[in-house]
Design a protein around this ligand. Structure first.
Ligand code: ADP
Ligand code: ASP
Ligand code: MG
Length: 478
């Protein structure tokens, strides 16, 4: 069984839809048990969220405009790819109804003057609820028996709105009960990415970019042979090609390496995508919708070793580094534990920790958007120590990034860190903090956001990652 996921650009316009339909048809010839997962059309989720946020501020124009724009955008695909009159009318009506639902919701948000996380998830997930029936209709127009399925019927999640996590046992049961009979009848399920629902049926989303995660969850629930992530680049590259134009496709990565890259900002995979794949040992493949013959990247349990030690570099932006400092901290037990307990109570994710051996400071990196919660929480926690001057200050350094240098081959290879620092030193880029994960598959550096792109380019060049042979060329040669 195959699970194929298509990202926003892959369903960005009528031409892309046609391309996706070709890929699905070809996959289905290889394996009739194919399940499709689709994202919203490119840009739609952003528009939906912006409209809901504007509505909460009393703006009643934006959502009406967005409703019209989204109707036109989806109708354009209908107009170009669906010729049958009855099918056109049916899809058109469904799109209209869903968008009317969106308008009603936004009106309610405007009247209340408030947007809850729960309400936002209903609106944010609507892009997928437009795209899936549209793609199913496009496939039917090609003679395929395809049917849209709302993943709220498949993926059961907790109620952490905006970044919900699946409850795997319940999801497995529901997914199999709903999709396996469809497959047995020769029907191709086209599922919405990004969304799920709580056990009580309240709609949730898995977090921005979450359709990759949806595909991996469904793949695990169905014991799929492979999960294919179809996107707009030739697989996972040695760096973001928007930052390093010379970046090359990596033919193979281990789950651990891909997880590190995704966690540290490689947008090509949602950071949680690897988890369900690891649990079931399902290989992931990242492929290019617009270059479908390229072999892309395989993400597997044990990747074959490559010549290079460092495989890829990623960077995660929009962070801030918090420091709890003071000479009086030395020898006072429990400061670190209390620091992280206070941060955890705010439900804030710590991306990196570094503590100097002198114990005079504890530094850690969090998303900049959480700064306003974390600093007051720490000041409250250490009120007594601050008054007694055991702790001098709690500070936040803004506009920083973590650059992650990733590759399992780094393990036990001396000189990697020296080479990284050398490359940055030559460019006069200041390294603010460093951490090496216990897996030794990753060295993480904190640098100023303004230095981020140059740091990635310099490290990429230092390890000559642009010299990697292209897997597409290697495949034709062998
Ligand atoms: P989709 O809409 O298909 O989910 P995304 O925009 O979420 O696509 O992810 C694909 C993008 O990820 C690419 O266009 C690329 O700019 C970015 N990216 C960042 N780091 C990497 C990397 N190491 N390899 C490939 N793409 C990357
Ligand atoms: N449409 C959602 C987003 O833009 C999910 C996804 O594209 O993966 O975040
Ligand atoms: Mg994505």
């Amino acid at each position: 069984m195959l699970v194929l996921k298509f990202g926003g650009t892959s369903v960005g316009n009528a031409q892309a839809f046609a391309q996706v339909a070709d890929i699905i048809q070809a996959a289905r010839q290889r394996d009739p048990n194919t399940v499709v997962v689709t994202s919203a059309m490119a840009g739609v989720t952003n528009q939906l969220i912006a409209a809901a946020q504007a509505a909460a501020k009393g703006d009643t124009d934006t959502y009406q405009r967005v409703r019209e724009e989204l109707l036109a955008k989806h109708q354009m695909v209908v107009g170009q790819l669906i010729t049958d009159g009855a099918e056109r009318a049916a899809v058109g009506q469904l799109l209209e109804e869903r968008l009317q639902g969106f308008e009603r919701l936004c009106r309610a948000i405007a009247i209340l003057g408030e947007l809850t996380a729960r309400g936002l998830d209903v609106v944010a997930g609507m892009g997928e609820r437009l795209a899936a029936p549209l793609l199913a209709a496009v496939l039917r127009a090609r003679g395929l028996a395809a049917e849209a399925v709302d993943a709220a019927e498949l993926i059961v999640t907790d109620d952490n709105f905006g970044a919900a996590d699946p409850i795997m046992d319940a999801s497995r049961q529901k997914t199999r009960a709903r999709l396996l009979p469809m497959l047995e009848q020769g029907i191709l399920p086209v599922c919405t990415g990004y969304v799920g629902a709580t056990a009580d049926g309240i709609p949730t989303t898995l977090g921005r970019g979450g359709s990759d995660y949806s595909a991996a969850i469904l793949g695990a629930c169905l014991d799929a042979d492979e999960v294919q992530i179809w996107t707009d680049v030739d697989g996972i590259l040695t760096a973001d090609p928007r930052v390093v134009p010379q970046a090359r496709t990596l033919p193979e990565l281990s789950y651990g390496e891909a997880a590190e890259l995704a966690y540290f900002g490689a947008k090509v995979l949602h950071p949680k995508t690897i988890l369900p794949a690891i649990e079931q040992g399902i290989p992931l493949r990242v492929l290019n919708t617009f270059n479908p013959t390229h072999p892309g990247t395989r993400v597997v349990k044990d990747a074959r070793p490559t010549d290079g030690t460092v495989k890829a570099i990623s960077a995660i932006k929009g962070l801030c580094m918090v420091a709890v400092e003071g000479r009086g901290m030395i020898g006072v037990p429990g400061i670190a534990a209390r620091t992280f307990a206070a941060v955890a109570r705010q439900k804030v994710n710590v991306l990196m920790i570094s503590q100097a051996s002198s114990e005079q400071s504890i530094c850690f990196v969090i998303p900049q958007s959480d700064r306003a919660k974390v600093i007051p929480a720490l000041e409250a926690e250490f009120q007594t120590e601050l008054t007694r001057r055991l702790i001098d200050r709690v500070t936040a350094l803004e506009d920083i990034v973590i650059v992650a240098v990733v590759g399992f081959g780094m393990r036990g290879t001396p000189g990697i860190a020296a080479k990284v620092f050398g490359a940055l030193g030559d460019a006069r880029i200041n390294v603010i903090a460093v951490a090496q994960g216990s897996s030794e598959a990753n060295i993480s550096l904190v640098v100023a956001q303004r230095d981020s792109d140059e740091a990635v380019r310099r490290i990429h060049a230092a390890f000559q990652l642009d010299r990697l042979p292209d897997p597409a060329v290697a495949a034709t040669a062998s």
